[in-house]
Design a protein around this ligand. Structure first.
Ligand code: DQQ
Length: 475
């Protein structure tokens, strides 16, 4: 083991007893992490770079952290990939960007601050050592004719020998937007167009971290909205200059999922990872010594008439430990069904319900025996709302309690299939392969490990439920 990984694993060990620290989601050994960056499947390994403050569990002093994985599940820490260069165009931070394969030369494009400019760095074949281009920045300012707020977060791809780059921005007074550039050599960039812009009253003043890619016979644009209010997707067509959305939706119904990036793996899967930010006070983050987690990798697909499918990658099954199965049965408002064999705070649960006449049906997780702490995952068949209710998740004063929800309608006779991952302070919920809701909760009691099923306002039916205790990804 190298001295770096020894040191990282020591720090991980020290923090491992923190009851809120996830066991099978990626996070750095300590301190602050935000956006995933530079996701790439390179020479058979998955690389994850990330926005990182190595000095404190608060945002600022932004470097690129780096981790590598053989299987998308277990990660090993690598040295910091990018650090601000004093006096350089990234002196105040190396902000978000991507990793690309430029004819065999690993290349990073990222935003240096301040002001926000685009920079480039090339790497060694193991992606561990990076050299910044001596004449950075490669793009110093937005087009003169646009009055923009923000100019950052390159997403770069090659098509027919031409490189394209999108940047997140906002047209002042109008709303969030994505700018499109092109280049033949990654170093000289020409402005092409406003790829898409939005209305500030509907989708915010600024769009961060645009991710633009083909999926099936369509194009997909992901954006993260500022002021921070979640992530949206658009599905549509692209004519080389403009993107015309045909369908749009909320990418994740929980507000904690932000700044996702995607990449294509060698098998041609479009895989997405997003940052799950904390839902507790800065003081609590300071005393924990860490903040920020990456979501589980999710595969994006197109289904039906151009809708977005979203599911956790199957590789996660390798973490499954002790299994329990619950046979089907009736659920009624008279009594919740306490799943005596499904206890813990590191679990995967797959449950299928017939909603019947119930107004709401779902699971209560991380429940204390006396019910003082519990988190409700609910579905309302009449309104199609999938929600998480965190109002009673913790008796601590210090946590976010608001409810998050989004609409996912079931077809007639379609059952509700919930796929839930609990990892201490992280909850990721997938529904029917086409909706996700990620959240953060901080139960304060060590006995908040019970799982129950409920129906309210009518009767529902559980078809079947399987649960597994999930293994940690670090030893
Ligand atoms: N985080 C980065 C920016 C990006 C924002 C800075 C999104 O590049 O716009 O840490 O969370």
């Amino acid at each position: 083991m190298s001295s770096l990984s020894l040191q990282a694993s020591r720090i991980r060990q020290q923090l491992a007893s923190d009851p809120h620290r996830p066991h099978y989601h990626f996070l750095p050994p300590a301190n602050w992490m935000n956006d995933p960056n530079g996701l790439i499947h390179w020479r058979g390994q998955y690389h994850l770079f990330y926005q990182y403050n190595p000095a404190a569990p608060t945002w600022g002093n932004i470097h690129w952290g780096h981790a590598v994985s053989d299987d998308l599940v277990h990660w090993a820490d690598l040295p910091i990939a990018l650090a601000p260069t004093p006096g350089g165009p990234d002196k105040d931070g190396c902000w978000s960007g991507v990793a690309i394969d430029n004819g065999g030369v690993p290349t990073l494009l990222y935003t240096g601050v301040s002001p926000e400019v685009q920079c480039i760095a090339t790497g060694s074949q193991d992606l561990v050592t990076w050299e910044k281009y001596s004449v950075n920045p490669v793009l110093a300012s937005p087009p003169d004719h646009l009055d923009v707020v923000g100019f950052r977060d390159p997403c770069v791809w090659q098509d027919n020998g031409t490189w394209y780059m999108t940047l997140g921005t906002g047209i002042r007074g109008v709303g969030g937007a994505v700018l499109l550039y092109s280049s033949t050599d990654l170093r000289r960039w020409d402005y092409v167009s406003v790829l898409l812009s939005g209305d500030k009253n509907a989708t915010g003043e600024m769009w961060e971290c645009p991710s633009f890619f083909p999926l099936g016979d369509k194009y997909v644009l992901l954006i993260s909205v500022l002021p921070r209010a979640g992530t949206y997707y658009f599905i549509g067509s692209f004519d080389g200059e403009r993107f015309t959305p045909e369908h749009q939706g909320t990418l994740d119904f929980g507000v904690h999922f932000f700044a996702p990036q995607t990449f294509l793996d060698a098998a041609g899967r479009r895989i997405m990872i997003g940052w799950l930010w904390e839902g507790r006070s800065e003081e609590a983050q300071q005393s924990a010594g860490w903040a920020g987690v990456q979501s589980l990798p999710r595969q994006l697909t197109l289904y039906g008439s151009g809708r977005l499918g979203i599911e956790p990658v199957p590789e996660l099954r390798t973490l499954r430990g002790e299994h329990s199965h619950q046979a089907g049965g009736a659920l009624s408002p008279a009594a919740d069904l306490d799943l005596r064999n499904v206890r813990g705070n590191c679990l995967e649960i797959i449950a299928e319900f017939e909603p019947g006449t119930a107004e709401t049906v779902g699971l209560k997780v991380l429940c204390s025996p006396d019910g003082k702490e519990e988190t409700w995952i609910t579905y309302s068949p009449q309104t199609g709302q999938l929600a998480i209710d965190r109002s009673r998740s913790s008796i601590s004063e210090d946590v976010h309690r608001n409810m998050n929800s989004g609409e996912m309608r079931l077809a007639e006779d379609e059952t509700l299939k919930l796929h839930v991952f609990l990892d201490r302070s992280v909850i990721e919920i997938f529904a029917n392969g086409r909706a996700s809701l990620s959240s953060r909760v901080y139960p304060s009691r060590s006995d908040s490990v019970h799982t129950k099923l409920f129906a309210r306002g009518g009767n529902a039916n559980l078809r079947t439920l399987d649960a597994w205790v999930m293994q940690p990804i670090w030893k």
